[in-house]
Design a protein around this ligand. Sequence first.
Ligand code: HEC
Length: 149
Amino acid sequence: MLSRLIEPARSALPLASVAIAGMVLMLSAPSVQADEQTRSRPLTSLSTGFRFTEQTGAELFASVCQGCHMPDGGGATGAGTYPSLQKDSNLETSGYPVYVVVLGQKAMPPVGAMMSDEQVAAVVNYLRTHFGNQYQDAVTAEDVKRVRP
Ligand code: HEC
């Protein structure tokens, strides 16, 4: 799982691999800390507590998505297949990318679990209006909230 996160970026984009590796480290750090707290806290709280700090769609895409989908959204094929998001007709139904970002899909982790509703909406709206996509019906934080598990 972790190697799958890191591999495509390592082969194609060294800087992004550092970012992704950093993300993985940040993800694992709180659980070490949490071990000491399990006696007093319920297990369900272990995975909360980390959020991306970027707020705009462009910043979020650069930090969270492009390590796999590439800076131009063109995707990559190597150790795994990372689909192109350019001129992507699957994005026409706005609920679909919201769903994929919040819940993950196959090899894509549920990165939206580490974002606020506003952040998910921002990165989805950015994606749907860039990389050759021209879907102007913006999604809202409310739309994201409805998809949350
Ligand atoms: C760890 C690698 C990884 C990261 C990080 C990642 N994705 Fe993905 N993404 C994938 C993979 C792999 C798939 C294909 C999933 C499948 O097989 O259905 C995918 C699929 C998608 C799809 C569906 C595309 C289609 O045409 O059906 C969308 C939309 C998407 N990703 C958006 C994003 C956004 C937005 C971000 C950042 C917030 C992001 N992804 C971050 C790996 C990643």
